[in-house]
Design a protein around this ligand. Structure first.
Ligand SMILES: *Cc1c(COP(=O)(O)O)cnc(C)c1O
Ligand SMILES: [Zn+2]
Length: 448
């Protein structure tokens, strides 16, 4: 049945300014050739409406986490809504999505809300939500190469997680990958992932915004395909996080979603997923959205406070939340448009606030990366000022796996982070001689 729909539906790139250019999804194009603004993928909504909301729900539920390849993937199970033109033989999937939506019961109770959930997007093949978008991008590239397009390699600038995802999916597809990273600004785990997957890793003495400018030029001049989130194919994969969380609530919409933001592609994707469900009748309302930024890299926060039309890039200062150390976010216009539709807010967190929030939630069984810490700190502020109410259902998007950030965690607990000299929840090992009495005495002391 859905095979028939594939043929019927036409999805294209369209300029976000409404300058009316439309371009096929297999064209090598990242920005509007007429006005230079971002593109977005638009789907043939009339064709998609030929299936009822109830029928979509039934189809998505039948596929979810099952074994018929590739529909068991959280992304490809929604293929008609994401990238219908990719032929199944070109899908490069590592069963992304299907991540745990965790009821943070104890942490929520401490904060005074009982309906708090953490969407664990970091429990994924390369340990971050970037897998959701990269499977769509690399699959599309695989098909473009099969169809004879002149693509010599895929490339990205990265604060760590994008390059890990690109390298893994490209390696699985047998496509060359090149990644450009700001030297010394990604974690060891993030650096070793693309190395292990055989990517060319270029560590540049500069920041992310410098790397981004370089890869954009390479894409224009050297025949490499740009894999950054300016490329809206990735947004299509990432938007499934919204669909999946609603599915996990048996098609109920939460009141709030809190998401950390850097380049601001992910919040745009989150919004796109909700809007598509609403347009196709699967949901009747929208959640409110909070974007959480590190105070060290907060251009969206400043624009939220000053008025959206006052947006200005900033020079991002170093932050423990290294994946969102971005001063000139590529997707800012999409993000502002999203926040306007979702009665959105922006919050920020200092270095101490993000580290303490991550550690506080860890004490209830989580293991949070610093970016998730930014979102948790923002949530704590929203609850404290009564914007998120005790009866609200709130979802925090956890963007990466804490295991990628062990240096951050170890140094926090040892009190060695210069940014957080007085960790509120530090915990260190007790070093003891090989002597039963010494161990027993320590245990007794702890039991008092
Ligand atoms: C990429 C990334 C973000 C930011 O996502 P944007 O789309 O750039 O806003 C947040 N957290 C982690 C762990 C990331 O890898
Ligand atoms: Zn345009």
């Amino acid at each position: 049945m859905y095979r028939i729909l594939h043929c019927m539906s036409r999805s294209t790139f369209r300029c976000i300014t409404g300058c009316l250019g439309e371009y096929p999804l297999d064209e090598i194009i990242y920005k509007c050739p007429k006005c230079g603004d971002l593109l977005e993928v638009v789907h043939d909504m009339e064709a998609l409406k030929s299936r009822s909301a109830a029928a979509w729900i039934k189809l998505f539920d039948e596929r979810y986490l099952r074994t018929t390849w590739p529909y068991g993937s959280g992304v490809w199970g929604k293929k008609e809504w994401v990238q219908p033109h990719v032929r199944d033989e070109n899908v490069v999937s590592m069963l992304e999505g299907g991540t745990n939506l965790l009821w943070a019961e104890r942490y929520g109770r401490e904060l005074g809300i009982s309906d708090l959930w953490v969407k664990q997007c970091g429990v994924s093949h390369t340990g971050s939500f970037k897998d959701l978008g990269m499977t769509v991008l690399v699959s599309t590239v695989k098909q473009m190469i099969a169809d004879g397009k002149p693509i010599r390699a895929v490339a990205c600038a990265s604060t760590g997680d994008t390059s890990a995802a690109l390298a893994a999916y490209a390696a699985a597809a047998g496509i060359r990958a090149m990644v450009i990273l700001p030297r010394g600004k990604v974690s060891t785990a993030q650096l070793v992932q693309p190395l292990a997957n055989g990517a060319v890793v270029l560590a540049v003495d500069g920041d992310f915004d410098n790397c981004m400018a370089m890869v954009t030029r390479l894409a224009q001049e050297e025949g490499v395909y740009l894999a950054n989130s300016m490329n809206s194919l990735r947004i299509e994969g990432q938007k499934t996080v919204a669909i999946e969380m609603v599915q996990q609530f048996d098609w109920d919409v939460p009141d709030w979603v809190v998401i950390p933001g850097g380049n601001l592609g992910n919040v745009s994707a989150l919004g796109a997923g909700f809007l598509m469900m609403k347009e196709l009748g699967l949901i009747q309302k929208l959640p409110r959205i909070c974007v959480a930024q590190a105070a060290a890299a907060n251009p969206l926060y400043l624009a939220y406070k000053a008025g959206w039309d006052k947006f200005q890039p900033v020079a991002a200062k170093p932050t423990l939340a290294s994946a969102i150390q971005i001063g000139n976010p590529v997707s800012v216009r999409k993000a502002i448009r999203t926040l306007q539709k979702f009665d959105g807010v922006v919050e920020q967190a200092s270095e101490a606030e993000l580290a303490d929030a991550a550690a506080r939630a860890d004490l209830t069984g989580l293991f949070n990366c610093p970016h998730t810490g930014v979102a948790l700190a923002a949530l704590e502020k929203l609850i404290a000022r009564g914007e998120v109410r005790p009866s609200d259902r709130a979802v925090v998007i956890s963007t990466a796996n804490g295991l990628k950030f062990t240096e951050f965690k170890v140094q926090y607990h040892e009190g060695k982070l210069p940014e957080v000299p007085h960790p509120r929840y530090g915990n260190t090992p007790v070093y003891l001689p090989n002597d039963y009495t010494a161990v027993r005495d320590e245990v007794r002391r702890r039991l008092e």
